[in-house]
Design a protein around this ligand. Structure first.
Ligand SMILES: *Cc1c(COP(=O)(O)O)cnc(C)c1O
Length: 328
């Protein structure tokens, strides 16, 4: 992770984002947070406002139990809408401690950053002295060894990580510029600690997973080739069965949206997807032995364990499911 000069291990992605936010507030001496509709950053109160993932699936993007006092410190903008961000900054930019973003969104289905969006966030935050936090809990060590920040060539101030870096055990981490991380206890005044943080079991599992990736950098190319093949197969099936659907894909991340539109680049476009159709597709896939994430607003991931035969099988099963759905 190119921007991470110093790192602090925690136990989950939620802990990572929650702690990074506290640190950003302390470092800047400001209180406001800007997040994007449909992005998910774990279940700390400040982030459960227009949240993606399960919160979006179960219709509770603004969770009960979050106080008004907390909610009013979280500003919201549509993902991929730089103008909305600029307008908010023009109004209260000098009070915004941090902008947090999934550089590639995985929690409203896969949604890619439009050209210039991430660069624009970097420029605006720098201009106003606001910290830019990349939430790479999904994209870290997945889109490339250095995550989305390496792929897009953008240097955030802080980065949050989780999922992959635990090799299956519960781990999170946050890190970034040394001068910011030094504000953390015990070298600095910002308190954060955890009984199980950095426990040897999770560290061993995570380190093993990262070492495997490090020793086999070709894995990323292979993952991408398989994902592209799957996406192209799905797109061909969609066209041939005349299904109102589209596929977003980047690296090993992929989502088939049952969506009448020509693109899914925002929360509004993702939310316009037909979740009943997705449910039908989910059940038909299961009958063919394919266990998808059970929500339109989750991402499919290609794993290094998937063979070319698996991909071919998945494309055939997709075609079969789409044909059956026509008849329903
Ligand atoms: C999963 C996720 C989180 C939360 O991580 P947990 O380990 O589930 O607490 C935070 N941010 C993103 C982008 C995630 O996908």
């Amino acid at each position: 992770m190119p921007s991470v000069e110093s790192v602090r291990m925690v136990n989950s992605g939620t802990e990572a984002t929650m702690s990074a936010l506290r640190l950003a507030r302390a470092f800047t001496g400001r209180e406001l947070l800007l997040k994007f509709k449909g992005n998910y950053h774990g279940h700390a109160d400040s982030f459960l406002i227009s949240a993606g993932s399960g919160a979006m699936t179960f219709g509770v993007p603004d969770s009960p139990g979050v106080t008004k006092a907390t909610a009013k410190n979280t500003l919201m903008a549509p993902y991929n809408d730089l103008q909305a961000v600029e307008d908010l900054f023009a109004k209260t930019g000098d009070k915004i401690a941090a902008v947090i973003v999934e550089p590639v969104v995985g929690n409203m289905g896969v949604v890619l950053p439009q050209k210039g969006f991430l660069e624009g966030l970097r420029t605006i935050t720098r201009k106003y002295g606001t910290l830019l936090i990349f939430d790479e809990v999904i994209t870290g060590f997945r889109l490339s060894r250095g995550g989305a920040q390496q792929l897009f060539g953008i240097t955030p101030d802080l980065t949050t990580m989780g999922k992959i870096i635990g090799g299956g055990l519960p781990v999170g981490a946050y890190g970034g510029r040394k001068e910011i991380m030094e504000k953390l206890s015990p070298t600095g005044p910002v308190y954060q600690a955890g009984t199980l943080s950095g426990n040897p079991l999770a560290m061993a599992a995570g380190l093993t997973a990262l070492n495997i990736l490090n020793d086999n950098p070709q894995i990323y190319k292979q993952l991408e080739q398989k994902a592209v093949k799957l996406a192209e197969g799905f797109r061909k099936n969609i066209a041939e069965t005349n299904t109102p659907a589209l596929v977003n894909q980047i690296g090993s991340m992929l989502t088939l949206f049952f969506n009448k539109g020509s693109q899914v680049t925002t929360f509004a476009e993702a939310a316009a997807s037909d979740t009943e159709k997705f449910a039908e597709y989910f059940r038909l896939s299961l009958e063919n032995g394919i266990y998808l994430a059970p929500s339109q607003f989750e991402t499919g991931f290609i794993s290094a364990a998937h063979t070319d035969d698996d991909i071919d099988y998945a494309i055939r099963a997709n075609r079969e499911a789409l044909l059956k759905m026509k008849k329903i």
